[in-house]
Design a protein. Structure first.
Length: 241
């Protein structure tokens, strides 16, 4: 049995941005770390909280309604420089829906309110009257990823900004480009709820592997029996949009 080692997971705005079971992504990371003998430490960062971004090994942020983003948007600017530094330093991050939008240049609501972002992604999001909702499948460099999307914001990637994947079912970033999500360094943005990680262990383990290599120099991640997770993904992929 290996010595227990701590891995710090920072959950951004867990109360304000936690739609469609996004907290399940944290639970998945925690359990998959525990199965491998590591000790996950959960830190949270809410509005006005003091937090040391530099001590995080994995960073996660979920989705929320516009009012949640309004509350978070201004507060997030306090951490903009630290989060950009973490991104440049290779800290793995997963940001869903509302947090994904705020990791771009910003979100302009349908009513015209501008919520500034922190510009880790070269992308802008604009509100629309069209609701993009349903089961989604994307093809990524990690393989097929499945999830559930529900958003009216249209995220437009700037030229040169890589996406997470290509839509094979669903709407993706904007309902027309075929792009889904965005990737900058080891920061992964997506509209996939569900939560996304329990059904996509390849993505969960990718984040974990990046964190363990960065912190402990570990090159090979111990495999797990993912038959149940793969069955859940197959069931989700078989559902109509």
């Amino acid at each position: 049995m290996k010595d227990t080692k701590e891995v710090v997971i920072l959950h951004l705005y867990p109360e304000e941005l936690n739609m469609y079971g996004d907290r399940g992504n944290i639970l998945t990371l925690v359990q998959r770390l525990k199965w491998r003998g590591y000790q996950p430490i959960i830190r949270t960062a809410g509005v006005d909280d003091q937090v040391d971004i530099a001590k995080a090994d994995i960073i996660f942020g979920g989705g929320g309604q516009d009012r949640g983003q309004l509350a978070v948007g201004k507060d997030l600017q306090r951490h903009a420089a630290a989060l950009r530094n973490a991104a440049a330093g290779g800290v793995p991050m997963l940001v869903i829906c509302g947090t994904y939008q705020l990791f771009g240049h910003g979100f302009t609501t349908l009513e015209g309110t501008v919520i500034p972002g922190i510009s880790i992604f070269q992308a802008n999001t604009i509100g629309s009257s069209r609701r993009m909702i349903g089961n989604a499948i994307i093809e990524s460099s990690m393989g097929r990823l499945v999830g559930f999307e529900n958003h009216s914001g249209r995220t437009l990637l700037k030229p040169g900004q890589p996406s997470l994947g290509t839509v094979s079912q669903g709407f993706g970033n904007d309902g027309s480009s075929g792009n889904e999500g965005a990737v900058t360094n080891q920061v992964y943005g997506t509209y996939l709820h569900g939560p996304v990680l329990p059904k996509n262990p390849v993505l969960a383990d990718h984040l974990i592997a990046l964190a363990l290599e960065r912190k402990f120099g570990i090159q090979d991640l111990e495999p797990l029996d993912d038959e149940l997770e793969k069955a859940a993904a197959a069931q989700a992929a078989s559902r109509p949009q």
